[in-house]
Design a binder for this molecule. Structure first.
Ligand code: IMP
Length: 221
């Protein structure tokens, strides 16, 4: 499948002032802007869920969520796929859910090495249609490493859904099958995307400020 078009936020896109939306008080001083408000995220996921349900069609599938950043996207996407199934007798199939934990970021930069922290047993993949659910594709390295691991398990098919894709000159060229938004090359937090484990408890996708980076740096103490 060639990737469907997605919402593209241009390089000069400023997003919204933090004052226009509710954010947890403890993060108010740490954000430059709200790039994607949570309501827009939800509306976009509704359409992705429909695209995925229609395309996966009549065969059961296994969903593999990439932790930690993928957990909110996974929960909302599956909820919307289930909603779609309630009204579609044609495209309603069971799915199973698995988790894998990968890590390659410290502070706001890639460490260059993708660590597989925990695997939920991958033998189930053989001969299955697999939907990988990821929060963001930046250089694409994480996904390339993961796909190499998964392909060894001989699945029937693999599709990748990523809520976000970053436009970056360091891209490996990897493109997911389903993408919510293509965003400029900025470090973002919220909607389960973290900076040193902070900001997962923020519903909007936001641009972290310099003050926020310092305040929550691993090296600030
Ligand atoms: P890649 O391997 O460079 O594509 O990086 C993908 C992983 O890096 C994602 O799963 C995230 O965990 C993390 N990441 C990349 N960009 C960001 C960001 O802007 N904010 C938070 N995490 C990010």
């Amino acid at each position: 499948m060639t990737r469907k078009s997605c919402i593209v936020l241009p390089d000069d896109y400023k997003g919204y002032d933090v004052d226009y939306f509710c954010v947890p008080h403890h993060y108010e001083d740490s954000l430059d802007s709200i790039l994607i408000p949570s309501g827009l995220i939800q509306d976009r996921i509704e359409q992705l869920a429909r695209d995925i349900a229609v395309e996966l069609g009549k065969e059961p599938f296994a969903v593999l969520c990439v932790l930690k950043g993928g957990y909110k996207f996974l929960a909302d996407l599956l909820e919307k796929i289930k909603q779609y199934y309630r009204f579609s007798s044609e495209n309603s199939v069971p799915f199973s859910v698995y988790f894998i934990r990968l890590q390659n970021y410290e502070d706001n930069h890639s460490t260059g090495k993708v660590k597989v922290m925990r695997v939920d047993g991958l033998s189930f993949l053989q001969n299955k249609n697999v939907l990988v659910v990821e929060d963001i594709v930046d250089t694409g390295k994480t996904m390339q490493v993961l796909l190499e691991i998964l392909e060894k398990k001989q699945p029937k098919s693999i599709k990748v859904a990523s809520l976000l894709v970053k436009r970056t000159s360091s891209s490996s060229g990897f493109q997911p099958d389903y993408v919510g938004f293509e965003i400029p090359d900025r470090f973002i937090v919220g909607y389960a995307l973290d900076y040193n484990e902070y900001f997962r408890d923020l519903n909007h996708v936001c641009v972290i400020s310099e003050h926020g980076k310092q305040k929550y740096s691993n090296h600030s103490n």
